[in-house]
Ligand binder design. Structure first.
Ligand SMILES: [Zn+2]
Length: 205
């Protein structure tokens, strides 16, 4: 089971998997939400779907965990700028990345296996994580319920975003677990692709 801790306001959703290994995806900025649910000492792996502060800040709580981030976003996390989003909290923190992801890695926790899919667009190093048994796709800020998609002006690129939406539509997922808001489905991704094409049409011509 993938546990969902919903983010409030600016905060991201956090996803937790408690198998033989404990995995936390996008620990977010509200530490109370995390500490109520889990003891940071026991967490083995942190995966940040991308280097925006609303997804990454609480990574600093987990001193024993192996921290993973796509290699194209590592510099922004390690220097503490997070593509300018450090401004959201007005405090500079640096995050040390232990494992730079490239895409296609399999991360195993015991009962679950997550495939890393590089899906740039919201940031250059944004990833999705596909859990093959439950067919859940964790998408960070690539796509949201209602056909919305992540902004591209904080380290992203509209053309890459459109290609990434096309790419995830080829995956046999059942549910989308996004970085903000509730669970989404295939129709939401299809709508997001249409909306993104429409919005960026003139920009891309
Ligand atoms: Zn973001």
């Amino acid at each position: 089971m993938i546990e969902i801790l919903e983010g409030s306001e600016l905060d991201s959703n956090t996803y937790i998997v408690k198998d033989e290994k404990i995995l936390v995806i996008d620990p977010g900025i509200d530490s109370k939400k995390i500490l109520k649910t889990i003891d940071p000492k026991h967490v083995d792996i942190i995966i940040n779907t991308h280097a925006h502060i609303d997804h990454c800040l609480n990574t600093i709580l987990f001193e024993n965990a192996e921290v993973m981030l796509h290699r194209e976003d590592v510099k922004e996390a390690e220097k503490g700028s997070f593509y300018g989003t450090w401004n959201f909290i007005n405090k500079k923190v640096n995050i040390k990345v232990d494992k730079e992801l490239k895409g296609n890695e399999i991360i195993e926790t015991g009962k679950h296996r997550f495939r890393v899919i590089h899906t740039p667009g919201h940031t250059h190093g944004s990833i999705c994580l596909f859990e093959e048994k439950e067919k859940i796709l964790i998408t960070g800020d690539l796509v949201f319920a209602g056909g919305f998609f992540g902004r591209t002006d904080l380290g992203g690129n509209p053309r890459e975003l459109i290609n990434s939406l096309k790419r995830i539509l080829k995956i046999d997922f059942k549910d989308i677990y996004p970085g903000h808001g509730g669970i989404a489905g295939r129709e939401d991704v299809e709508d997001a692709l249409l909306n993104a094409k429409y919005l960026f049409e003139t920009e891309l011509e």
